[in-house]
Design a protein around this ligand. Structure first.
Ligand code: NOJ
Length: 563
């Protein structure tokens, strides 16, 4: 049994700095904007901020292409601003965790600039260089995550370098001990500044396969997903254990973005013998991914997939480790449209989703704007999009024969820019985000969905999140109680309990847009049981009927001991 840790009863708020709040009027959010809004975050009740990358970067992938790990991108501010953010957050008992991008750097990082100078440069082996095939083409047919070959040719030295992501994100060679030592040194630099831990980016990609052969292609471009030779390769865990020993050897918190880890392998990654405190799993956010893992298709009834995947993960967490709970981040569409449909909006469905995931076992992450019920945006053409992945997907879809209209529709549903449009602070100019035209267009619905309206309306999504956070903090059973899925086959309802000793809480969720009957399995009885929280407020309430759940209704009860 794992001992209890501070981060288990924390709530983490994720900030995408570029879109959070601009204070120097250049249309780009900044660190001072985060400082300005700390009191807002305190009011929400969060304990930790996860700050997406703020390091120097040419911003090809919005900061995930780092050109200096130990300095701040000028558009976000200075190191003094960062130090002030850490100190100001601390005054409010908020800790900061930062993004750690260890798989790749920018091609403008001095290490890569050196490495590409010549074949015999001292830093040549810091990245992954290979000779062309005899016909001059790329060493193999791997397709990068953002589309196109994962290899980029370098004229000067006549070799190719590997990039799992964009060609401006060359992959580091983790088999070189000097690379690893340089990264550990950088990690200690940040820890000395008093940050509380890290979110590790794409960490299961750091070890590459020794065999660099072609793989069977899955498409007309002749390429094959880069994952096959770069994700979860043998030898990965050895690198991770060294990272833990040499860089995470103090009381910090780590959460890893670790695609490709199977539930049965979780004990190698989390828990007392694992490497990280938590791992982001992808099953629930990828339920709309087709069987080949290539295109996202709309799902008629996402509930059954969602329930299955989450329940399986919660059952593992009942036994071992701990889980980050999340339904949104900077790589995902807005949850309300992702899980409930492209045309759904409004506070009730937003609160349903909040209830569903915030009361599971684990540490909840709230992505900026999620606490307002922000929705997807449908930009009129691909030119409005900034995200490198969306632009790559659009291009690939059109090349594969989809019409521009169909390709755009996929982007509407799945673009990472859905979650990256600027934060809505009020209904004024540029949604109160900036006095300058923002780097990415604002979602037109900011007039109604914004912080100002949410703060003044006591029935708002924001206030509901606050209440959920308090409910978690005041009920040990919601922190450490075990999870049970009560009606796994129900097509509309998700009903689960959390139990600890004699305490039991039941969470009842109607994922459909219709009123549906509720028949709880005996002996559970909620008659005359007071509601702990529900998403239909007193005002829009016809009296609650025990055996009927209204569209998207969520109700939570503390069960009496006989249940
Ligand atoms: C995962 C990050 O979340 C994403 O935004 C980024 O594009 C890739 N890793 C590459 O660093």
């Amino acid at each position: 049994m794992q001992s209890k840790k501070w981060w288990q009863n924390s709530v983490i708020y994720q900030i995408y700095p570029k879109s959070f709040k601009d204070t120097n009027h250049d249309g780009i959010g900044d660190i001072n904007g985060v400082i300005e809004k700390l009191d807002y975050l305190k009011e929400l009740g969060i304990d930790v901020i996860w700050l997406n990358p703020v390091f120097c970067s040419p911003m090809d992938d919005n900061g995930y292409d780092i050109s200096d790990y130990m300095d701040i991108a000028p558009e976000y501010g200075t190191m003094n601003d960062m130090d002030r953010l850490i100190a100001e957050a601390k005054k409010r008992e908020i800790s900061i965790i930062m993004d750690l991008v260890l798989n790749h750097t920018s091609d403008e990082h001095p290490w890569f600039i050196e490495s590409r100078k010549s074949k015999d440069n001292k830093k040549r082996d810091w990245y992954i260089w290979r000779d062309p095939k005899t016909d001059g083409s790329a060493p193999n047919n791997w397709r990068s995550k953002f589309g196109g070959s994962a290899w980029e040719y370098d004229e000067r030295s006549g070799q190719y370098y590997l990039h799992v992501f964009s060609k401006k994100q060359p992959d580091l060679n983790w088999d070189n001990p000097e690379v690893r030592e340089a990264l550990y040194e950088m990690i200690h630099f940040w820890l000395k500044k008093g940050i509380a831990g890290f979110r590790l980016d794409a960490i299961t990609f750091i070890k590459k396969s020794d065999m660099m052969d072609d793989f069977p292609s899955d498409s007309s471009d002749g390429l094959s997903p880069v994952d096959i030779g770069t994700l979860n390769q043998p030898g990965l865990l050895e690198h991770l254990h060294e990272l833990k020993k040499k860089a995470f050897n103090q009381d910090i918190f780590t959460v890893a973005e670790a695609p490709g880890v199977l539930a049965r392998d979780l004990p190698d990654y989390v828990g007392d013998n694992g490497v990280f405190d938590m791992l982001f799993e992808f099953g629930h956010v990828d339920i709309d991914l087709d069987k080949d893992g290539k295109w996202y298709k709309p799902l008629d009834r996402p509930l059954s997939g969602l329930k299955k995947v989450i329940s399986e993960s919660q059952e593992v967490i009942n036994q071992i480790g701990w889980s980050p709970l999340y339904i949104e981040n900077h790589d995902l569409p807005r949850s309300i449209n992702h899980f409930l449909g492209q045309h759904v909006d409004g506070p009730i469905p937003a609160k349903l989703l909040a209830t569903f995931y915030m009361l599971l076992k684990g540490t909840p992450f709230i992505y900026q704007g999620q606490e307002l019920g922000m929705t997807n945006v449908n930009f009129p053409s691909i030119e409005y999009y900034n995200d490198i992945a969306s632009i790559g997907q659009y291009k690939q879809a059109v090349e594969e024969g989809y019409s521009e209209e169909e390709a755009l529709k996929t982007i509407w549903r799945r673009s990472r820019d859905n979650g990256r449009t600027p934060m809505h602070w009020d209904n004024g100019n540029n949604a109160g985000f900036s006095e300058h035209e923002p780097w990415l267009s604002i979602n037109p619905n900011y007039q109604t969905i914004n912080v100002q309206n949410n703060l003044t309306d006591s029935n708002s999504v924001f206030h509901y999140y606050r209440q959920l956070i308090q409910l978690r903090k005041n009920n040990e059973v919601l922190l450490h109680g075990s999870y049970d899925n009560l009606m796994p086959d129900d097509k509309d309802l998700w009903t689960y309990t959390r139990s600890l000793g004699n305490e039991k809480i039941i969470v009842i969720l109607n994922f459909s847009d219709k009123t549906v009957p509720l028949h709880l399995p005996s002996p559970i009885n909620i008659n005359e049981t007071p509601l702990l929280i529900g998403n239909y407020s007193a005002e829009n309430n016809e009296p609650m009927e025990t055996n009927l759940l209204r569209p998207f209704e969520a109700r939570v009860f503390q069960l009496k001991s006989e249940n």
